[in-house]
Design a protein around this ligand. Structure first.
Ligand SMILES: Cc1ncc(COP(=O)(O)O)c(C=O)c1O
Length: 348
C-alpha cells in the first residue's frame, strides 16, 4: 500500500475537503475583542452540548487544562489526579510552572481513580505541613489507560466526594466523545458534575486545531484573562472554530467505526505469536506488549517498511490509535500485515 497508515495518534488527521469548505466560508472577526461570530458560536454550541454556561476557545488541550488548573488553584494548593494523567505526565510540568501547585498522584486502575482513592488523598486542612487540596482532575477517556473510560455513575460518585470536601472537579476531555460513544452517557449530564471541562476537537473529531474550555460564566470570565496571559488570545480564529463546528456536526457518529476497528486489531493481536498481552480495548486506543519473539524497535521498523506508523509506548509496549483518516482498505491491509508477521522472522 503506497498511502501512509498513521496509527501513532488520532491527532494526525487532516481536514476533509468539506471541513476546509466550512473553514473558507466562516464569518470572522477579532476574537480578543469578542467579535468573532464563529468562535462565539462554537463556544456557545459546546457549552450547550455539555450542560455548561459558557465556553472559551483555545489553541490546544494543554492550554485548556492548564488554564482550568490555574483558575481552580493557587500556589501552595494541590491537584489530585491519576499518576498516568496527561496533565501530570505530558504537559511539561505545567502545573508547578503555571500554577505553583503540587499533584497528589493516585495509582488508579488503567488511569481511573475510585471515589475512595480520591477521598484518601485529600489533605487534612488543619495541618500546615500539607498543601491544601483544591482540585480533582479526571481524564476521559484515559490515554495511558488504553482508552479506558469512566461512566457517568463513576463520575457522579467522585463528584459527590468533591462536593462534600468543597473541591472543584475538572475533566480533561481530550477524547471525551470516544468515552461518550462507548458509555452511551449523555454529554449534557456532564454539566451536573464537572466544574470545568476541556474538550478537544483536534483528536478523534479531526479538526486541525482547537479545544474548548467549559464552565460557569464566572469561571470562563477568569479563564479568558488567563488565556490572554498564556498567549492564547487569537484574532480571526473563526477559521479554526469553523472546523471545530464542522467536526461536532459531522464526526461524532462515526467514532463507533474507530472503536470497531480498534476491537478488530485487539482480536488479531491476541492471536499473534509475538504479542504477550493487549490492554482490553474499550474505545479507539490499542496498547499492547510484545513478547521476547519480537523487539519493539524491530516491530516498529517492520511496520514502517509497509508504510504503517505506530508509537513506541515504553519498553516492548506499542500503541495504535484508530481515527478518521484510516480507511477500511487501510484497516484491512493493517490486519493482514499483522497476521503475516506471525510467519516472518523479524530482525532488528
Ligand atoms: C489525554 C490528553 N489530554 C490533553 C492532551 C493535550 O492536547 P494538545 O496536544 O492539544 O495540547 C492530549 C494530547 O494528545 C491528550 O491525549
Amino acid at each position: 500500500m503506497t498511502q501512509k497508515i498513521d496509527l501513532r495518534s488520532d491527532t494526525v488527521t487532516r481536514p476533509t475537503p468539506a471541513m476546509l469548505q466550512a473553514m473558507f466560508a466562516a464569518p470572522v472577526g477579532d476574537d480578543v475583542y469578542g467579535e468573532d461570530p464563529t468562535v462565539n458560536a462554537l463556544e456557545e454550541k459546546a457549552a450547550v452540548m455539555f450542560g455548561m454556561e459558557a465556553g472559551l476557545f483555545c489553541p490546544s488541550g494543554t492550554m485548556t487544562n492548564q488554564i482550568a488548573i490555574k483558575v481552580h488553584t493557587a500556589p501552595l494548593t494541590e491537584v489530585i489526579c491519576d499518576i498516568t494523567a496527561h496533565i501530570h505526565q505530558y504537559e511539561g510540568g505545567g502545573i508547578a510552572f503555571n500554577s505553583g501547585a503540587s499533584t497528589a498522584l493516585v495509582h488508579g486502575e488503567r488511569g481511573k481513580m475510585t471515589p475512595q482513592q480520591v477521598e484518601a488523598n485529600i489533605r487534612p486542612l488543619d495541618n500546615i505541613h500539607f498543601p491544601e487540596t483544591r482540585l480533582v482532575a479526571l481524564e476521559n477517556s484515559c490515554n495511558k489507560g488504553g482508552g479506558s473510560f469512566y461512566t457517568l455513575q463513576e463520575i457522579a460518585a467522585i463528584s459527590e466526594v468533591c462536593k462534600r470536601h468543597n473541591l472543584a472537579l475538572h475533566l480533561d476531555g481530550a477524547r471525551v466523545f470516544n468515552a461518550l460513544a462507548a458509555s452511551g452517557d449523555s454529554a449534557q449530564d456532564y454539566g451536573l458534575y464537572f466544574d470545568s471541562i476541556s474538550v478537544c476537537l483536534s483528536k478523534g473529531l479531526g479538526a486541525p486545531v482547537g479545544s474548548v474550555l467549559l464552565g460557569s460564566r464566572e469561571f470562563i470570565k477568569r479563564a479568558r484573562r488567563v488565556r490572554k496571559v498564556f498567549g492564547g488570545g487569537m484574532r480571526q480564529a473563526g477559521y479554526l472554530a469553523a472546523a471545530c463546528i464542522y467536526a461536532l456536526d459531522n464526526h461524532i457518529e462515526r467514532l463507533h467505526e474507530d472503536h470497531r476497528r480498534a476491537k478488530e486489531l485487539e482480536q488479531v493481536l491476541l492471536q499473534s505469536s509475538y504479542v504477550e498481552s493487549v490492554m482490553p480495548v474499550e474505545t479507539n486506543i490499542v496498547i499492547f506488549k510484545l513478547n521476547e519473539r519480537m523487539q519493539d524497535a524491530a516491530f516498529v521498523q517492520a511496520l514502517a517498511k509497509q508504510n504503517i506508523l505506530a508509537s513506541s509506548f515504553g519498553p516492548q509496549m506499542i500503541r495504535f490509535v484508530t481515527h478518521l483518516d484510516i480507511t477500511e482498505e487501510m484497516h484491512q491491509h493493517l490486519l493482514q500485515v499483522l497476521q503475516a508477521l506471525n510467519q516472518e522472522k523479524v530482525e532488528a
